[in-house]
Design a protein around this ligand. Structure first.
Ligand SMILES: Cc1ncc(COP(=O)(O)O)c(C=O)c1O
Length: 446
């Protein structure tokens, strides 16, 4: 008989066994408690083991676990779509359900292409997705082709079609050596320049994360950026896709991060907090005009996965979003996010902390070996691994990222606790962060 083994994320790192989780805490097999300071990967936004959601999913499981989406509608998915449409901006009323973030992005970019073919005919040349370096949109071949996280894509790049990319609003290391605001938001103007160079007739969509997550560590844009890219994309007849897989459903203190700037994208892609880790779920929220165009054309999105709109995802999503609304979690994220942001700003006094940034309950720290020169640690030093290890030792889980400085080097981590976090948890997080960063500083700068 064979011996079954889980093929883990890392074959060299020994991970603890998670045995239960409640509220903001996860427990290992020895009963040690860890504050889930990054909600997994910005997923468990309403906290763990929330009875209302557990009951909604188990009730659904008993009633109807599955009915194939090509043959059946189901009430759970319809209720979830209703809950979501109440918080999406503009008329992004149509929800195409999937099982995660990569599938959401795949769906969004395929839909963008099909929209133009339906609208302009088979001769439409709009097929490119303009996106950005220092971005992450998923780990399938399609999403990696539009992603700009170099360490994660390098090995697979020969396998996919390249899509064009522009640099992002990385003000701490401005690619053009400028300073905000005298830069006149060069990063947004680069989007227009790229569109003109490539030719708007070839570009179906511009895709970006409103606050860059895993790749750069909670990189929030200058306030003009999103209104400018909205104006530019509209001017050149290019769809704007906001990847809100990390930022969506209250993470930044508003239902969607684009709400901060009053921007209405054409498509929002979401996952993670949408069903908060209770059932694998994602979705794209699509404006009426796109769906109408397809309805009047071929009549169907040429796309679909087996679990598209499954009742369990629907039940988990509807219950999660209701819970968020009932407990005013978007407002709590804004309030506690301010506290967290202010407290973390003080960490900039620690020698290895280059910058603290972010929005709401999505905060990031970029680590540096030399503060003055903003010199990153060489990757071989595993700086963020050491910080993460110091935090874990003290019972706090953070979310590490690498490669942002030059595609290889650069360390950051995110702090993004569940939206149910309270002031006392923020104190606990800040105190562990300070001790851990000081300890890591001692180890790294010796
Ligand atoms: C911004 C963003 N987009 C897409 C994805 C892919 O989501 P998934 O891992 O659920 O496929 C992620 C995952 O971290 C993400 O952060």
């Amino acid at each position: 008989m064979g011996e079954g083994k889980v093929f883990p994320r890392s074959l060299t790192q020994e991970l603890p066994l998670a045995v239960k989780a409640e509220g903001l805490y996860i427990y290992d097999e020895n009963g040690k408690r860890y504050l889930d300071g990054c909600s997994g990967a910005l997923i468990s936004s309403i906290g763990h083991s929330v009875p209302e959601v557990v009951e909604a999913v188990s009730d659904q499981l008993k009633k109807l676990a599955f009915a194939h989406p090509s043959r059946w509608r189901n009430k759970a998915a319809e209720e979830a779509a209703q809950e979501i449409a109440e918080i999406t901006p503009g008329n992004l009323n149509w929800v195409w359900f999937v099982s995660g973030g990569s599938e959401a992005i795949e769906s969004a970019i395929k839909l963008a292409r099909q929209y133009y073919v339906e609208r302009d005919g088979n001769g439409s040349q709009k097929h490119l997705i303009l996106s950005r370096y220092n971005s992450y949109h998923g780990s399938t071949l399609g999403t990696m082709s539009v992603g700009g996280n170099m360490p994660r894509r390098r090995v697979f790049a020969p396998m996919f079609k390249e899509h064009p990319k522009v640099d992002t609003h990385y003000c701490y290391r401005c690619p053009w050596g400028q300073e905000y605001p005298s830069c006149n938001v060069m990063c947004a103007r680069q989007v227009e320049l790229a569109i003109k160079r490539i030719g708007p007739q070839y570009i179906a969509a511009f895709l970006a994360e409103p606050v860059v997550g895993s790749t750069v560590g909670a990189l929030n844009p200058p306030p003009e950026y999103w209104p400018m890219v909205r104006e530019i994309t509209a001017k050149y007849d290019i769809l704007l896709i906001a990847d809100e897989v990390m930022t969506g459903f209250g993470r930044t203190g508003k239902p969607f991060a684009v709400n901060h700037w009053g921007v209405i994208p054409d498509i929002i892609a979401a996952a993670k907090s949408m069903a908060a880790g209770y059932v694998p779920t994602g979705g794209i929220f699509v404006k009426e005009e796109i769906v109408e165009t397809i309805k009047k054309g071929s009549g169907a999105f040429i796309h679909g996965h087996t679990y598209n709109g499954n009742p369990l995802s629907g039940a988990a999503t509807a219950a999660t979003v209701r819970y968020m609304k009932k407990h005013a979690l978007f407002e709590n994220a804004a309030k506690q996010g301010e506290l967290l942001g202010e407290g973390m700003k003080k960490l900039e006094d620690i020698p290895i902390v280059g910058q603290v940034r972010g929005l709401g309950l999505m905060r990031g720290v970029e680590l540096v070996a030399d503060k003055e020169k903003k010199r990153p640690f060489p990757r071989s030093e595993n700086a963020v691994g050491i910080v993460s290890e110091e935090c874990t030792k003290r019972g706090l889980i953070v979310y590490p990222g690498r490669g942002m400085a030059d595609g290889v080097n650069g360390d950051s981590f995110m702090v993004a606790p569940p939206l149910v976090v309270q002031a006392e948890h923020i104190d606990e997080i800040l105190s562990i962060l300070e001790d851990s960063l000081k300890a890591a500083s001692g180890r790294l700068l010796k």
